[in-house]
Ligand binder design. Structure first.
Ligand code: 5GP
Length: 151
């Protein structure tokens, strides 16, 4: 089903496009969660990652290679994260497959001392309550489940 991303691909609504090739389009997220927040979208309409078929294998690889190109374009190839939400319960709001490329100076500094907290292997234990709350806010901003408990 056509979504807002199909309209962006068709140039029916505007977006800040940063990369395009035969198979995908990349544009800045309208509500950035990091200094660099780019959405990479296949031109083919695939609602969710789980809906991709074996015939989409090359396309999925192509999207990851595009991420690398765009990361280099923004000078963030040494520090970025890629995120895909699959399904409403995982936070997916636009049902046209897209990869979030998240990076930037603040992002790097924020997670520099917290490698175990960089988006995987929760729960995380932090002694500093303020740091824990700040981290929780950032993770929530990236739509990851967070529970802050005091011990
Ligand atoms: P999801 O929540 O599905 O993983 O990601 C959808 C993303 O699309 C969100 O981060 C949201 O900010 C972004 N988004 C939604 N509508 C638009 C739009 O019209 N233009 C742009 N550039 N981004 C959008």
């Amino acid at each position: 089903m056509a979504t807002i991303f199909s309209k962006i691909i068709a140039r029916e609504i505007p977006a800040d496009i940063v990369y395009e090739d035969e198979h995908c389009l990349a544009f800045k997220d309208i509500h950035p969660q990091a200094p660099v927040h780019i959405l990479v979208v296949p031109k083919k309409e695939i609602a969710r990652l789980a809906d991709a078929q074996p015939g989409d294998q090359a396309l999925l690889g192509h999207l990851l290679l595009a991420i690398g190109k765009i990361a280099r374009q923004f000078g963030v190839e040494d520090a970025f994260r890629v995120m895909i939400s699959n399904g409403a319960d995982a936070g997916q709001t636009v049902f046209h497959l897209h990869l979030h490329l998240l990076a930037g100076k603040r992002f790097r500094e924020r997670y520099a001392g917290l490698p175990e907290a960089a988006g995987h292997n929760l729960p995380v234990t932090l002694r500093d309550r303020t740091a824990a709350q700040q981290l929780a806010r950032e993770l929530v901003g990236e739509r990851q489940p967070v529970c802050v408990a005091e011990h």
